[in-house]
Design a protein around this ligand. Sequence first.
Ligand code: PLP
Length: 287
Amino acid sequence: MVYVNGRFVPPEKAQIPVTDRAFLFADGVYEVIFGRAGRFAFWDLHMARLTRSAAELEIPLPLDSAGWLAVAKRLWSEGGDSGSIYLEVSRGAAPREHHFPDRIEPSTVAFIKPASAPESCLGPGVSAVLLEDQRWLRCDIKSVNLLPNVLAREEARRRGAREAILVRDGMLTEGAATNLFVVREGELWTHPANHLVLAGITRHVILEEARRLDLKIRLEPYAKADLAQADEIFVTGTTSHLLPIAEIRDEWRAKGPGPITAQLHDAYWRRLTTELEPAASAAASAG
Ligand code: PLP
């Protein structure tokens, strides 16, 4: 089932008008949340980011956190064990004008993308390519305007790599759909959460765990020119969790499994599997 503007319908019946501004202008915001057996990881953090993204674009949100949770649970009752739920809100449908239409109702869509439940995500590492960051200057908004990200991922795929790491003015910003972390001499670097990157929920949890582990954190962009000095590199995101980078084509190669990457992975994995909303006790009492 798919949720569209208050109704639960089979995917082939899910319809949005061609005048919807998400279709015409990518004028919408979205969230992606990891779920397992009808419970969702870091729910409140995702809700806070969705609220902020929508507010930045002046799109009113038709549902509050409890409303979204009810939609998510109903969709999941048909779904499998593990996967992600996608929530999307566009400004709505209206005759095509660039500026905001005067009277317009937002369009709301939610659907589940099932995935097999990974036992843990710490594999041998993946390949990445370095590409110029061609995105706009409001990467902090989780908007559906993802064309530069799509092109970067496609270029990575054509070169046999899993992720594209983006470079703006000589500094590494983030992955096409992940945040980037670099470990150098025991210090953990990641781009500050400003207008040039998305403030990832996974990034947030990793930073909390890094503080708990007493790691020295540098919220600074890492220079492409300093890649040779990087000891460990990994990327994070809701659907890829924590992925070690084994190589950046023509630029950098991991010397072996990274100990700090492994520590952070284990800490993150514990939280991912224990901090599910609603809590098991609440879910049980709600039937
Ligand atoms: N950066 C970008 C550009 C993304 O698209 C994403 C996720 O889609 C992330 C970072 C990771 O964010 P999160 O951990 O909230 O999934």
